[in-house]
Design a protein around this ligand. Structure first.
Ligand code: NAD
Length: 324
């Protein structure tokens, strides 16, 4: 269970792209704690230097401020690297609807650049962030790999294209690629600010400041909210996965289902607030329900998430209480 037992050769070098962001900075923290060398490539377009500040004094950590759409930077950042955990991308479904060309450039071209650089530098494993949004309008629950619908946003399309390229990079160029379809990740260091912030940190921040949060729609939408520890486990286990399951994409979630309105109530209770939410219009590109079948990741990666939503949300609330 978990990832505490997972080990790599002591001289291993990891490259985490998007390492100044939420998920990337959590991956870096754990890898450094385990004693490995870690390089972080991030252009700070959405991430924050403060997320990696504590690592800068660690001699095993190197920060490269650079853009994954620049192939030369991808090449130099992945030199001598054994494992790439590719997290850099532009997130947010609504923002992608406003600026599709930009998403194509960063999320697709940037990902191809990273895979090409990985091949040129003989990187052992290329683990990358995909998304539950690839299921699009497919209504079947739980979501199962192989049963995807039509995507509903440019963001989702970029992740779908990334998965296709990753499959090709495995079959054509023998790069061991593993796609992790994250389902609504939450936890420490997730950005609570900005119009495109994720709901849990955004609501926590607003409630702590006695502001009224907006729920898009009736609040009866459900998601498989996944605590960051489970995502770290999936990344490390994918680095250990055999070549026989490379080229594939896997659901990474806890396998539960929470309604937004219930989460809202949970947060207000935990913070001792009695603020009613404002119910706004539904958002374009959003799906109503999402819940993952995680049996493929369990079988092929040995993924065995041990952080339930309840356990994760308590840890997240504690962290935000101390750090906001
Ligand atoms: P984040 O925005 O916190 O982190 C992404 C990082 O990538 C940021 O630090 C940003 O500065 C960096 N970045 C963006 N464009 C870049 C570029 N051109 N060059 C270099 N760096 C660049 O997001 P996150 O929540 O940590 O997400 C990480 C990955 O997981 C993304 O690929 C995202 O699409 C995917 N994902 C996240 C979730 C979630 O719930 N958080 C769900 C599904 C998929």
């Amino acid at each position: 269970m978990g990832y505490s037992e997972i080990q790599f050769d002591k001289d291993s070098i990891f490259l985490v792209t998007g390492g100044a962001g939420f998920i990337g900075s959590n991956l870096i923290e754990v890898l450094l704690e385990k004693g490995y060398s870690v390089r972080c490539l991030d252009d700070l377009s959405n991430g924050h230097k403060s997320n990696i500040e504590p690592f800068l004094s660690n001699e095993k950590f190197e920060f490269i401020e650079g853009d994954i759409t620049d192939f030369d930077i991808c090449l130099s950042a992945s030199k001598d690297v054994n494992y790439i955990l590719h997290q850099a991308a532009w997130g947010s479904v609504p923002r992608s609807i406003e600026m599709p060309q930009y998403y194509e450039k960063v999320n697709v071209q940037g990902t191809i650049n990273m895979m090409e650089a990985a091949v040129k530098n003989s990187v052992k494993k290329f683990v990358y962030a995909s998304s539950s949004s690839v299921y699009g309008d497919e209504p079947t629950l739980p979501k199962r790999e192989g049963k995807e619908g039509n995507v509903l946003s440019p963001y989702a399309l970029t992740k779908k294209i990334d998965e296709e390229y990753a499959r090709l990079y495995h079959s054509l160029y023998k790069l061991d690629t593993y796609g992790l379809r994250y389902f609504n990740v939450f936890g420490r260091r997730q950005d609570p600010n900005g119009a495109y912030a994720a709901v849990i940190p955004k609501f926590l921040n607003q409630l702590m400041n006695d502001e009224q949060p907006t729920i898009n729609g009736d609040g009866k939408q459900s998601r498989d909210f996944t605590y960051i520890e489970n995502v770290i486990e999936a990344n490390l286990k994918a680095c250990k996965a055999p070549s026989s399951v490379a080229g594939e994409a896997f659901n990474i979630a806890f396998g539960g289902r929470e309604y937004l309105i219930d989460i809202y109530e949970h947060l207000t209770n935990a913070l001792g607030k009695s603020i009613e939410p404002y119910f706004g219009p539904e958002r374009a590109g959003d799906i109503k329900h999402s819940n993952a079948d995680i049996s493929k990741a369990k079988e092929m990666l040995g993924y065995s998430p041990d952080w339930s939503f309840e356990k994760g949300i308590e840890a997240a609330i504690d962290w935000y209480k101390e750090n906001l």
